[in-house]
Ligand binder design. Structure first.
Ligand SMILES: Cc1ncc(C[n+]2csc(CCOP(=O)(O)OP(=O)(O)O)c2C)c(N)n1
Ligand SMILES: [Mg+2]
Length: 200
């Protein structure tokens, strides 16, 4: 465990629940594994779209959704490993200037899902700086509850694309499984957004 990790206190489930408490009509896209469980634990909803695979693709899915639904805020919850796998998507989101997109990196500096192997973020790679360099409107790294409060406003109200990397502990969290049927999840969100038109 690195020296730096000793300063990490935030719990991922509490962080995600805090952000979603104020979500209103915001849509959520989640990357595979733990970010999906975090969002499900805060309450399953037709406003949520969980990716059960497709590692590296979550920001691109959120980007497409944000472009299709410009009146809605779209939050993408990703693990640090997922975000590293899809770094190019940060450049695309920046170039597309998606004002309604917020990316939340749940950064435990490890690949928790596959056995807690150390990942890039704990070895000097700064995901927030990468997002800024790609052209994100704003990027922040969050270590404390106070910083989290500011990040909630940024993620839900700030002119996007915006990104917050939230440093969280590696403490285990109980499993929280939302529906796993991809077509069902897709149709559920389409009906939520489009009503009857979803069936045309
Ligand atoms: C293309 C691909 N490579 C590897 C995996 C295996 N895998 C699944 S989850 C995961 C780690 C995810 O780490 P992170 O995004 O940081 O989430 P955490 O569990 O740490 O919250 C890996 C390597 C995969 N599913 N797909
Ligand atoms: Mg991780």
């Amino acid at each position: 465990m690195s020296q730096q990790r000793k300063n990490i206190v935030l719990n991922r489930r509490a962080v995600v629940a805090r952000i979603l408490r104020d979500r209103g009509t915001a849509l959520a896209v989640t990357s595979l594994g733990n970010p999906t469980f975090d969002v499900a634990a805060a309450g399953d909803s037709p406003q949520n779209f969980y990716l059960w695979g497709a590692m590296g693709g979550a920001v691109m899915v959120g980007l497409g959704l944000a472009q299709a639904q410009p009146q809605r805020r779209v939050l993408v919850f990703v693990g640090d490993g997922e975000m590293m796998m899809g770094l190019g998507s940060l450049a695309t989101a920046a170039v597309q200037q998606v004002r309604n997109l917020g990316v939340v990196v749940i950064d435990n500096e490890h690949y928790a899902e596959t056995g807690m192997q150390p990942a890039h973020a704990g070895r000097g790679v700064d995901i927030t700086a990468i997002a800024r360099a790609a052209g994100f409107a704003e990027g922040r790294t969050v270590h404390t509850e106070t910083e989290l409060e500011g990040a909630v406003d940024l993620l839900l109200q700030g002119a996007g694309p915006v990104l917050a990397t939230i440093k969280v502990t590696t403490d285990p969290a109980p499993t929280a499984l939302p529906p796993r049927d991809g077509p069902f999840l897709r149709s559920r969100m389409r009906e939520h957004l489009l009503g009857e038109a979803a069936h045309r």
